[in-house]
Design a protein around this ligand. Structure first.
Ligand code: FFO
Ligand code: GTP
Ligand code: MG
Length: 436
């Protein structure tokens, strides 16, 4: 795809709507306004214009038009926006007209943001923050995404990289000037200080997974014997009739997921098939899926009916034992909590318990790293720094020490996209909406 094309796309939603936003970016943006909107308005001032078909002059729609010349624009290049009426035919007519102009083509997913990145308007960590803002479903996710867009991770990474490069410069100076192949004592102390500081800060950022958990949402799996009341509990937590409930054991077979917002934190609650030996092939598959989901879950709610558990709970990272149908039997000393979907007993306590679990696993958006990509890159940086520091104090070969420090700087550079990130970009932008 040519990057000097002028690209356009609908940036608003795609159904019938009151207003539709068409975004345009590239060197032909001004010409488009001249051909279709009667001229280029004053920069960054909205004006109402009648849009016309550039081929025939036929009026197509009334629009609010914006002109944002580069480099002071989102993409860093000339940009225009047409805020048109939201009807399907209007949209089609304007897009057809834009596509008929030379050098203009529909944008690919994420292509506006890719241009913003390539033009240095934002770094890779900020691009990820932007993607996360669009996907944020809860308040804490929104806050975390905004911090990343605002440069919290990017600034931290730049700070680390700068100090590592400073240490590298000192090492290289020693390489050039020392005949014995060792580092003068004063310099060695400074290199150890710089790399030690950075290594400690990176270790701090790696110490919690709460950022990744918050971005992805916490998975809570409801598991237990058939008829324990799992689907009834799912419906109660979701406050809608999501799953079929019946007195017949083995009602649920597929795993059913509901996205919930618990005090601003994203929690995916998964209802599963009741665990039992069964001759029914479909039920067997359901039971095997239930076990897998329980194993992968951040938290398993193990539901024990009044008649007790027929089998031990499946292996899980974290498990909370819930006695169900408390209205039928209140004598359940082995359970962490008693609930009844019929009377509502225990439900507020359960929700508080889940909120507390979620908060302790996810925080409120204060973590610095939010993706496995960050964890892997910083993990490599940390290992390189550790190896370099060990060589430095153990009087290891200077060239190898410098190479490790170089590797550390490179790994940190991956966070902001300073170094080879083509494949990361392709993967990331393919997950973007068209128009972003
Ligand atoms: N109509 C509309 N709304 C939108 C966007 C958009 O592109 N169009 N955005 C798109 O995602 C977001 C806002 N992001 C933007 C960020 C920077 C610039 C920009 O042109 N910045 C220039 C000029 C700033 C100024 O005028 O002071 C700059 O930073 O130099 C525009 C939008 C959300 N809302
Ligand atoms: N008395 C009483 N009955 C309940 C309660 N919760 C669920 N039940 C009933 O128990 C039966 C089974 O409920 P489900 O929610 O379908 O149970 P399940 O664990 O999803 O069962 P499977 O999908 O077959 O594994 C239904 O008849 C529910 O109405 C409760 O708190 N009290
Ligand atoms: Mg069920």
């Amino acid at each position: 795809m040519r990057s000097d094309d002028t690209i356009f796309a609908i940036a608003s939603g795609h159904g019938r709507a009151a207003v539709c936003l068409i975004r345009i970016s590239g060197p032909g943006s001004g010409l488009i306004l001249e051909r279709m909107a009667g001229g280029v308005p004053e920069p960054r001032r909205a004006v109402v214009r009648t849009l016309v078909d550039p081929a025939t002059g036929e009026p197509l729609d009334q629009a609010l038009v914006l002109w944002m010349p580069g480099p002071r624009s989102f993409t860093g290049e000339d940009q225009a926006e047409l805020h048109i009426h939201g009807g399907l035919a209007t949209r089609a007519a304007v897009l057809r007209a834009l596509g008929s102009l030379e050098g203009c083509r529909p944008a690919q997913a994420g292509e506006f943001t890719r241009r913003a990145f390539l033009n240095g308007r934002m770094d890779l960590s900020q691009v990820e923050g932007l993607a996360d803002i669009i996907d944020a479903e809860t308040e804490a996710q929104r806050r975390q995404a905004m911090r990343q867009l605002g440069g919290r991770l990017g600034n931290a990474a730049e700070g680390w990289r700068e100090r590592v490069l400073q240490a590298l410069a000192l090492l290289e100076a020693s390489l050039d000037f020392s005949d014995e192949g060792d580092v003068p004592e004063g310099l060695e102390a400074e290199i150890l200080r710089l790399t030690g500081e950075v290594e400690g800060e990176i270790a701090g950022a790696l110490a919690t997974r709460s950022g990744e958990r918050l971005r992805e949402g916490l998975t809570v799996v409801l598991a237990g014997p058939p008829n324990a009341g799992k689907s009834t509990l799912l419906n109660a937590l979701a406050r809608r009739d999501v799953a079929i409930v019946s007195p017949i054991a083995g009602t649920t077979r597929d795993a059913i997921e509901v996205h919930c917002d618990l005090g601003g934190l994203p929690v995916v609650i998964v209802d599963t098939a009741g665990l039992r030996e069964s001759a029914d092939l479909i039920e067997q598959e359901g039971v095997s899926r239930a076990r897998t989901r329980a194993q992968d879950a951040d938290l398993v709610l193990w539901l024990v009916p009044p008649e007790g558990e027929a089998s031990p709970p499946p292996p899980a990272r974290r498990l909370l034992k819930l006695g169900t149908k408390a209205d039928l039997n209140r004598n359940r000393p082995d359970c962490d909590l008693l609930i009844s979907a019929s009377t509502g007993e225990g439900m507020p306590e359960l929700v508080s318990r889940l909120e507390a679990e979620a908060a302790s696993l996810m925080g409120q958006g204060d973590a610095v790293i939010t993706r496995e990509r960050h964890r892997l890159a910083l993990g490599r940086a940390q290992e390189s720094l550790q190896r370099a520091r060990a060589m430095l104090t153990g009087k290891g070969p200077l060239e190898l020490t410098a190479e490790e420090v170089r590797l550390a700087a490179r790994a940190i550079g991956e966070i902001t996209g300073r170094v080879d990130v083509e494949d990361v970009l392709d993967r990331l932008f393919s997950s973007f909406c068209i128009g972003k």
